[in-house]
Design a protein around this ligand. Structure first.
Ligand code: UDP
Length: 406
């Protein structure tokens, strides 16, 4: 019996958290599977560089124009493009056992293609279907579509699972946390950290890093407000404006840094591929989202880097951090509370060191790539019982201590 043949779908060509997750999953099924994106970009290059068969399917501007808050008019004008894309996807899907929709837009297109080609559809829910993130109409539409077009929902946290069922989701759901390989974090030694500090001109200054795309709900402005009250502390802002409308926020952050006299203490580093090294360069890793985070890969990564992590108390962060034991939680959007916690952490490195070590152990035990792949494969096995379980790749086993125990 071969492993299942999966047609993975994602609309984005950018490297957001959902795409980095899909990269790891698709790599594990690379021998039998294929990825279709609706947009060109660095995600396509990364997939191909890592040996995953992938293509961009042209869907036309009208389909791209259907966004979270788009109304019936946008949907109507996208109809011809959508129908064409669904036809092509259905044709492609005939060579696969199941369709894996990694985003909401692909749930609809993949769902219709699945119905047409008689292939089951798994929807990976990376979003909180809550009023902070989506209008009531979009939420109803997503759940209505999932109930009719998909067979199973994989939720990236209990928080996202709850919003699906609370909104009327009736499908079987499984929570599968993102798994992140600890090896790249372990590999960063003091020499690389010293080199990085020198390159960034940090001297001996305390450094707080935030590692998220620049978007208003990611709350980088709150960290600027907090650090404005902490003399000498430097900020690494790692990440870029990845999605439409976020450029204005990036510009506003630069203005804010200037107005608050922080320009020489705030380092805008853009999108970086060396997140493990940069995290190990920080004294504290901050997660500042002002709306609940669906999961929060960066929180787990900060723990794997064995750095004290401060995250906002909402959504998936509550499932990752045990406050005071493996990290710290602060109220979202409250710069003064964040400043107080940062001041305390920077002043007591001995106490924070033991919590950071406990955080690393917890992250390695609970968010391993092996557990993630086994969780996903369990869903695939239920849906395609004639396929064999996934052979865990050496690359996962070599970087993942849990593998050796399973
Ligand atoms: N990331 C990255 N380079 C950057 C900024 C972020 O590779 O410059 C990665 C980060 O390490 C994490 C992901 O982007 O793996 C963000 O995932 P998260 O779940 O935190 O947020 P999302 O983008 O899914 O909202």
């Amino acid at each position: 019996m071969p492993p299942p043949r999966i047609l993975f779908l994602d609309q984005s060509g950018a490297l957001g958290g959902g795409e980095l997750y899909l990269l790891d999953v698709a790599r594990a099924y690379a021998n039998t599977s294929h990825v279709v994106l609706f947009e060109d970009g660095p995600f396509l290059d990364r997939l191909r560089a890592e040996g995953v068969s992938a293509e961009v399917m042209e869907v036309g501007e009208s389909v791209h124009a259907v966004r979270k808050e788009a109304g019936p008019r946008a949907l109507l004008s996208a109809l011809p493009g959508l129908t064409q894309a669904v036809c092509r996807l259905a044709h492609r899907a005939r060579d696969y056992d199941l369709i894996f929709a990694n985003t909401q837009k692909t749930l609809f297109m993949g769902g219709l293609a699945g119905w047409w080609s008689a292939r089951p559809v798994v929807w990976n829910l990376h979003d909180l279907l809550s009023p902070e993130h989506f209008t009531a109409t979009t939420r109803r539409l997503a759940v209505w579509g999932a109930n009719r077009l998909a067979s199973h929902v994989i939720a990236n946290s209990q928080a996202t699972q709850r919003t699906f069922t609370d909104a009327g989701g009736r499908l079987p759901t499984s929570v599968v946390y993102n798994g992140i390989a600890p090896a790249p974090f372990r590999a960063v030694g003091p020499a690389e950290v010293a080199h990085q500090r020198e390159q960034l001109g940090l001297g001996a200054a305390p450094v707080v890093g935030v590692f998220s795309r620049l978007a208003p709900w990611k709350g980088q402005h709150v960290l600027l407000d907090a650090v404005a009250t902490l003399p000498n502390v430097h900020i690494l802002l790692v990440g870029d404006a990845l999605f439409e409308g976020d450029d204005a926020y990036a510009a506003a952050l630069r203005r804010q840094a200037e107005e608050q006299g922080l320009s020489d203490r705030v380092h805008f580093l853009g999108f970086r591929e060396d997140v493990p090294t940069l995290m190990r360069t920080c004294d504290v890793v901050a997660h500042t989202s002002v709306s609940p985070e669906p999961f929060g890969r960066v929180i787990v990564e900060g723990m794997l880097a064995e750095r004290p992590v401060v995250a906002t108390r909402a959504g998936g962060a509550l499932e990752i951090i045990d406050h005071g034991a493996t990290g710290w939680l602060v109220p979202p959007g409250e710069a003064s509370a964040l400043a107080t916690t940062l001041r305390d952490l920077l002043a007591a490195p001995d106490r924070t060191r033991s919590v950071a070590a406990a955080g690393r152990r917890a992250a390695e035990a609970r968010f391993s790539p092996t557990q993630m792949l086994l969780g996903i494969d369990r869903v695939f096995q239920k849906i395609c019982p004639t396929s064999s379980p996934i052979p865990l790749p050496d690359s996962v086993c070599s970087s993942d201590h849990v593998c050796k125990q399973t």
